[in-house]
Design a protein around this ligand. Structure first.
Ligand SMILES: C[S@@+](CC[C@H](N)C(=O)[O-])C[C@H]1O[C@@H](n2cnc3c(N)ncnc32)[C@H](O)[C@@H]1O
Length: 207
């Protein structure tokens, strides 16, 4: 049986393997995730509408993939939105939607080619997660966020989550680099595909 895109992305051990997995999956990604009931973008959009004031700009979509997260935000009038992602194939899918002001290949967990205090809000859905962007990704996002910018991201909270992720979040809070504003209830990100994996959407304010 052919390996699914999601299984291949969970198996990736290097950035190159992850990039290739998403490049190959890009055109089918949203079809597969929607069939699994992918609902992180809907929850993120609701949270964004509550915590990102209208006319906040520019907004960064970190790990934007094919742009499914930017769609509801653009419908609400948010923008301009910049998207960054590891996979050129996923960026190509996003490009075709004409939602983003700018789309650039960049790796979360490494230094980003943006100045300090650049973005008025940052969102990241389904990306800062095991085998994808590492826990240290948050540090660079804080650097390029303006003081007081909301940083909204989904993070797994099921028992199989790697503890380094919540530890990194709490460490940055203890260091005074951001402050928790809101967290959702726990929910299944893909109830028809991965019923045992749960997430919460978090809102932090950069300092
Ligand atoms: C599950 S998808 C989420 C995409 C989009 N945010 C969504 O909700 O559909 C994960 C995305 O993270 C990207 N990715 C994986 N590791 C990354 C990294 N270290 N830096 C940047 N992007 C990464 C993949 O290319 C893929 O587009």
């Amino acid at each position: 049986m052919e390996e699914s895109g999601v299984a291949r992305s969970y198996r990736a051990e290097t950035l190159q393997e992850q990039q290739a997995a998403y490049d190959d999956w890009a055109k089918q990604y949203e079809i597969d995730l929607c069939a699994m009931g992918y609902r992180i973008p809907a929850v993120m959009a609701a949270v964004a509408a509550r915590f990102i004031p209208a006319n906040t700009a520019p907004i960064l979509d970190a790990g934007c993939g094919g742009g499914i997260q930017a769609e509801p935000l653009a419908m609400l009038g948010y923008g301009p939105i910049t998207g960054i992602d590891l996979s050129e194939g996923m960026l190509e899918v996003a490009r075709a939607k004409n939602l983003y002001q700018e789309l650039r290949q960049m790796t979360l967990g490494e230094k980003h080619d943006f100045p300090d205090d650049n973005f008025a809000a940052i969102i990241s859905s389904g990306t800062i997660t095991p085998r994808h962007a590492p826990p240290k990704s948050f540090e660079e996002l804080i650097r390029i966020a303006r003081p007081d910018a909301p940083i909204i991201f989904s993070m797994r909270d099921d028992p199989a989550q790697e503890p380094q992720y919540p530890e990194a979040v709490n460490g940055l809070t203890d260091a005074g680099l951001w402050q928790e504003v809101f967290v959702t209830e726990s929910f299944q990100g893909m109830p028809y595909g991965e019923p045992d994996i749960t997430h919460r959407v978090h809102v932090y304010e950069a300092k």
